[in-house]
Design a protein around this ligand. Structure first.
Ligand SMILES: [Zn+2]
Length: 96
């Protein structure tokens, strides 16, 4: 099953984009206003499926910032991707 095709995700994605005023949160750190096109899982779904729909784990990004969060080869989080995990105070081993 593809999470990104589920009605639950499609609704959640819109909630997060609205929360972030449809702007890229990473660009915003530098005072740039760029339209967000992607909702990023700060802690990837593969690492913790329980965080897939948790608002604090979701971040609106533009395509180029989203690319910068994941290694193109391994798909692991980059240093920038890991920085957001810290910034948002998230833990991949959080049990809820
Ligand atoms: Zn951006």
């Amino acid at each position: 099953m593809n999470l990104y095709k589920t009605p639950k995700w499609i609704r959640k994605r819109i909630v997060i984009l609205k929360r972030d005023e449809y702007m890229c949160r990473e660009c915003k750190r530098y005072g740039k206003t760029t339209a967000a096109t992607t909702v990023h899982h700060v802690i990837p779904v593969e690492k913790d499926l329980k965080l897939a729909f948790v608002n604090n784990n979701l971040l609106s990004l533009c395509a180029s910032c989203h690319d910068a969060m994941h290694d193109r080869i391994t798909n692991e989080l980059t240093a920038l991707g890991s920085l957001w995990v810290t910034r948002l105070g998230l833990s991949p081993h959080l049990e809820k």
